[in-house]
Design a protein around this ligand. Structure first.
Ligand SMILES: *[C@@H]1O[C@H](CO)[C@@H](O)[C@H](O)[C@H]1NC(C)=O
Ligand SMILES: *[C@@H]1O[C@H](CO)[C@@H](O)[C@H](O)[C@H]1NC(C)=O
Ligand SMILES: *[C@@H]1O[C@H](CO)[C@@H](O)[C@H](O)[C@H]1NC(C)=O
Length: 416
């Protein structure tokens, strides 16, 4: 092995020595270098090999340097290269010819090109753009069983005139779509967008590009681009069909995987069992869809589960939403409910009985002889309207109102 390596190093050294010693060998820069925007937040860099380049048994490659919006560099043997990056600050790059598999400093001059930033001051761009995706079951099951929806929100630029209108586009791979469903602010400017279905593949590795441009009669509105990594903005659905059964002192909890394009083995779960009696939370991290827990049979429990795609299937993202809580256990609630229903019924019944008795024995006038003094008009009015409104409950209301009035008068009389 060692001799082979030495021989290889030797040959490359002689080749380099050859190239250096020969003053006539020159690397020429590529020609016709262009940068073209080929999609949202995507450019194509293209150049041609220099036709005058001397072809001396050497391996040529190109060294690409990105200057803006952020510095980057890489080598390629091809004569074009796709680059994905936000373009609202413009784009600038250079390329030169170098030699492959050699550390020789031999290289051509640079050739450069740029894309100018779009017009408009940066204060007119949207700010605080945030997007989230969610998987929903498709109605066209024969085509694709799942669809990915997208929702984005943003704030209006601080320097954007009042008549500004914003438009959102997204690109995922080769697919580009314009938003059709916007939400607006008080000035009717779009500030959120909803795509019920998209071409986004939650299992894919492509970046999601979001582009928001705008128009106004008074100013150029600078567009805004942002790239999102799908797994970081994917909101995993809660697990489905959560069931809980109690058998003696055990809780049997089961659920199904969330609505998702990922298969069953791709999920981690977090189970939360809350004991309402002592306020204790039991939290379990699981990869199965079943759990059995020992419980105290004189308490109530609330059970919730949430899911996350595991790192075995894609870069793991955050936890999804909790499932709706399920309450089980021996409740003390029935007593309270019983009181709530029975108590008012009893009171009503007693009042009804009382009024009937009053009527029967004409206790009415005996108990409360008519008061000659004029009463508050408002109170009278109230009694009359109540009387008319509730013809069926007439007796009850009569009694209650008069008893109250009589009571208050007695109080007043005794006070003075
Ligand atoms: C470079 O561009 C010029 C002018 O556009 C064109 O005439 C020429 O054919 C191009 N060269 C190559 C190698 O494509
Ligand atoms: C918008 O983003 C800025 C900086 O990222 C932050 O300071 C500000 O609180 C955000 N505004 C709102 C309303 O979220
Ligand atoms: C916004 O961008 C889209 C996609 O690039 C383009 O078709 C449209 O004309 C632009 N609209 C404005 C107002 O700049």
């Amino acid at each position: 092995m060692v001799p082979v390596l030495l021989i290889l190093m030797g040959t490359s050294a002689t080749l380099q020595a050859d190239l250096f010693s020969d003053k006539k060998f020159l690397l020429l820069p590529p020609i016709n270098f262009t940068i073209k925007a080929t999609g949202l937040a995507q450019v194509l860099l293209h150049w041609e090999p220099n036709p005058d380049q001397e072809q001396r048994n050497v391996d040529i490659q190109y060294h690409v340097k990105i200057h803006a919006p952020e510095e980057d560099e890489y080598n390629t043997r091809r004569t074009e290269s796709k680059y994905v990056v936000p373009l609202h600050e413009g784009f600038a790059a250079s390329v030169r010819t170098t030699l492959r598999s050699s550390r020789s400093p031999l290289a051509s001059n640079w050739v450069s090109a740029e894309l100018k930033p779009p017009p408009g001051s940066s204060g007119t761009s949207v700010t605080n753009l945030s997007c989230a995706t969610n998987t929903v079951t498709s109605s066209h099951t024969h085509l694709r069983p799942y669809q990915v929806s997208l929702r984005c929100t943003w704030l209006v630029g601080k320097d954007a005139p009042e008549d500004t209108q914003y438009f959102l586009y997204y690109r995922f791979g080769v697919w580009t779509e314009e938003c059709q469903e916007y939400s607006r602010d008080v000035l009717n400017r779009n500030t959120a967008c909803w795509f019920p279905r998209t071409f986004i593949n939650s299992k894919g590795f492509d970046q999601l590009a979001v582009h928001i441009n705008g128009s106004s009669k008074h100013a150029a509105i600078k567009p805004f681009d942002q790239l999102f990594t799908p797994h970081t903005i994917d909101q995993v659905n809660p697990p489905m069909n959560v069931t809980v059964e109690i058998e003696e002192t055990s809780l049997y909890i089961q659920w199904e995987k969330p609505v998702s394009a990922f298969p069953v083995h791709c999920f981690n779960y977090e189970l939360k069992i809350y004991n309402t009696k002592n306020g204790y939370f039991q939290v379990e991290n699981l990869t199965t869809t079943k759990f059995i827990s020992k419980i105290d049979d004189v308490s109530t429990y609330s059970i919730q589960v949430r899911a996350a795609v595991s790192s075995s299937c894609r870069m793991s993202g955050s936890w999804g939403e909790w499932s709706q809580p399920i309450y089980v256990g021996k409740e003390k609630k029935p007593l309270a409910e019983w009181c709530l229903i029975v108590l008012p019924t009893t009171i009503c019944f007693v009042l009804l009985l009382f009024s009937l008795i009053c009527r029967l024995f004409h206790l009415w006038s005996r108990l409360f002889p008519p008061v000659p003094a004029p009463k508050s008009n408002i109170k009278d009015l109230l009694v009359v309207t109540e009387y008319e409104k509730t013809a069926s409950n007439e007796t009850k209301i009569e009694v209650v109102s008069y008893v109250e009035e009589a009571g208050s008068e007695v109080m007043e009389n005794s006070m003075f």
